[in-house]
Design a protein around this ligand. Structure first.
Ligand code: GLP
Length: 225
């Protein structure tokens, strides 16, 4: 394990730390390529980022980790809608440089922009990162996947009923993510701590997709209660 795993005092502190690293990255970059997550955990980070009006996003390209299939992009829970609501509508980013996975060509698009420089990840209770569910190949690239029952059930809290949760999604692959030069993973809560222990102190196995991150050369994991 080459990375750093750090427990921080609060959700607020975790959000501020990860936002600070994104800000430093944006400030230092000529053309920065960011990999961005969705879900409940990054909401505090996005708040920090959108409230900093001094940030210059004009040179930044973003690639979201995943997107549901089967709901319209205007649906409030589409990841595109989430990203505009929580970040993109509030900042001066060039919309031509904003990307959501919608086909296998996504990896060549990332390569065209020079590859992912800095990626922020959440983690699912079953060890998924992006939507790479247990059993995903460590060599996987962007592809269409079926969502795990656990993921559908976990994400049903964002929908009116479990039947409304999409069953499929486009996701960056594990190889796509591992190719990012730097990775931050953020997690909150007891059940996430259990999966973090399994992923980062246990065996590297495709049964726990996040465990491949143990091999990453520049990884920081931040966790809070
Ligand atoms: C979702 C997303 C992941 C996210 C994870 C954790 O299903 N596809 O990218 O990291 O699950 O989400 P949350 O932060 O809401 O627990």
């Amino acid at each position: 394990m080459k990375g750093i795993i750090r427990k921080v005092g609060s959700y607020d502190e975790m959000s501020k730390i990860v936002a600070l690293h994104v800000k430093r990255f944006i400030g230092n970059s000529q053309i920065g390529v960011l990999g961005l997550p969705t879900g409940g955990t990054p909401l505090g980070m996005y708040k920090e980022l959108r409230e900093d009006t001094r940030l210059n996003w004009s040179k930044v390209a973003t690639f979201n980790l995943d997107e549901y299939v089967g709901i319209d992009e205007k649906h409030p829970e589409s990841y595109k809608n989430y990203m505009y609501r929580n970040l993109f509508s509030h900042i001066d980013i060039d919309e031509n440089k904003v990307h959501f996975p919608d086909g296998e060509h996504y990896d060549s698009r990332i390569t065209y922009f020079g590859g992912l420089d800095f990626t922020v990840l959440g983690i699912g209770n079953n060890g998924h990162i992006a939507f790479n569910e247990p059993g995903s190949s460590f060599e996987s690239t962007t592809r269409l996947v079926d969502l795990d029952e656990r993921t559908i059930s976990d994400n049903s809290r964002f929908f009116n009923s479990i039947d409304e949760v999409p069953k499929q999604a486009w996701t960056m692959g594990l190889k796509t993510i591992m190719d990012s030069k730097e990775i931050f993973l953020i997690a909150q809560g007891k059940s996430k701590w259990e999966i973090i222990r399994e992923a980062f102190y246990g065996e590297i196995t495709e049964k726990v997709p996040a465990s491949i991150l143990q091999k990453h050369k520049n990884l920081t994991v931040l966790y809070c209660d």
